[in-house]
Design a protein around this ligand. Structure first.
Ligand code: F6P
Length: 327
């Protein structure tokens, strides 16, 4: 890490599913780089755009007025070509052609696989910044976009609770998370849900039904069951609960609404910290492939290679908390 600073130009791209807070992260990278007299090239449409040379300098004013905007001004894509060696090599060659000394990739673990492959073929330093609503990246307690997505889902659940109570109904609410139950778990705790289904935690619908029934016997007027999209078919869950309990049941799928909207303060600040930390790391001489994260409130640095080597586990204590409070 003691290498001299030869970084004069860095590239930045967003890749995979967008997440609220990606814009503040781009802004942080550009403004920190500007502060240190480094040029930033914005790469549009993720790796797709890199392979198509959709590359343009980003100035300080280009990132003005974006801190409060959801989505990503750089646009994003999931790129098939980057799964092939040919695409990975070509990406490195294009970065060299544009004299880009290092690349900042804002996205999830799929995006890091691409970054790692480019690094292995070209030697170009890579900095990963965790941006995904799923919060499923090892090496960081939080990813950019998670807090906003939870707040969006929570807002929906609060509204659903109003109508559920008025009609004395049960609602099954599906939230995002194909492989991860973080959004489901935190939304369930914050929304006072009666049950939560996550891909990481085995569940028994009969036990859940018995608990819901006990609650309504005690006088509960409504029940909400939060289902992470990867845990089970929410339609099937709603059908089974209705069959078992014979209660008026409805299903709401919140869907991509969770990916949009103005980032909450927590995500903006996380994004600001991650962006600056990424540029700082390069200035300190880092020339490998690393990921910035936050552990226990402090910025952490991990090998990008490790982010796919193990799984970001759900904290069993939080699962227990959700179960106890759902009574
Ligand atoms: O980015 C993560 C995520 O929102 C997951 O929660 C979800 O399963 C997936 O992306 C949806 O992807 P797409 O936008 O391609 O439908």
């Amino acid at each position: 890490m003691a290498e001299q600073n030869t970084i004069k130009k860095i590239g930045v791209l967003t890749s995979g599913g967008d997440a609220p807070g990606m814009n503040p992260a781009i802004r942080s990278v550009v403004r920190t780089a500007f502060y240190h007299d480094i040029t930033v090239m914005g790469i549009y449409r993720g790796y797709d755009g890199l392979l198509n040379k959709e590359i343009k300098e980003l100035t300080v004013s280009d990132v003005g007025g974006i801190i409060n905007r959801g989505g990503t001004v750089l646009l994003t894509a999931r790129c098939e070509e980057m799964y092939e060696e040919e695409g990975q090599k070509k990406a490195g060659e294009i970065l060299k052609e544009f004299e880009i000394d290092a690349l900042v990739v804002i996205g999830g673990d799929g995006s890091y696989k691409g970054a790692l492959a480019i690094h292995e073929h070209s030697g170009i330093p890579m900095i990963g910044i965790p941006g995904t609503i799923d919060n499923d990246i090892p090496g960081t307690d939080f990813t950019i976009g998670f807090a906003t997505a939870v707040n969006t889902a929570l807002d929906a659940i609060d509204k659903i609770r109003d109508t559920a109570t008025s009609h004395e109904r049960l609602f099954v609410v599906e939230v995002m998370g194909r492989q991860a139950g973080y959004i489901a778990l935190e939304t369930a705790i914050a929304g006072g849900a009666e049950a939560v289904l996550m891909p990481e935690v085995p569940f028994d619908l009969d036990v859940i039904c018995a608990r819901i029934e006990a609650g309504s016997k005690r006088g509960k007027l409504s029940s909400i069951v939060v289902v992470a999209e990867g845990a089970a078919s929410s339609m099937e869950v709603a059908y089974r609960i209705k069959q078992t309990l014979n209660v008026d049941t409805r299903l709401t799928v919140i869907g991509h609404m969770q990916r949009g909207g103005s980032p909450v303060a927590l995500d903006r600040i996380l994004a600001a910290r991650f962006g600056k930390a990424g540029v700082d790391l390069l200035l300190e001489g880092e020339r490998g492939a690393k990921m910035i994260g936050v552990i226990g409130g402090k910025i952490s640095v991990n090998d990008l290679a490790d982010t796919s080597a193990y799984v970001h586990k759900i904290d069993p204590e939080i699962v227990e908390l959700a179960r106890i409070l759902a009574i």
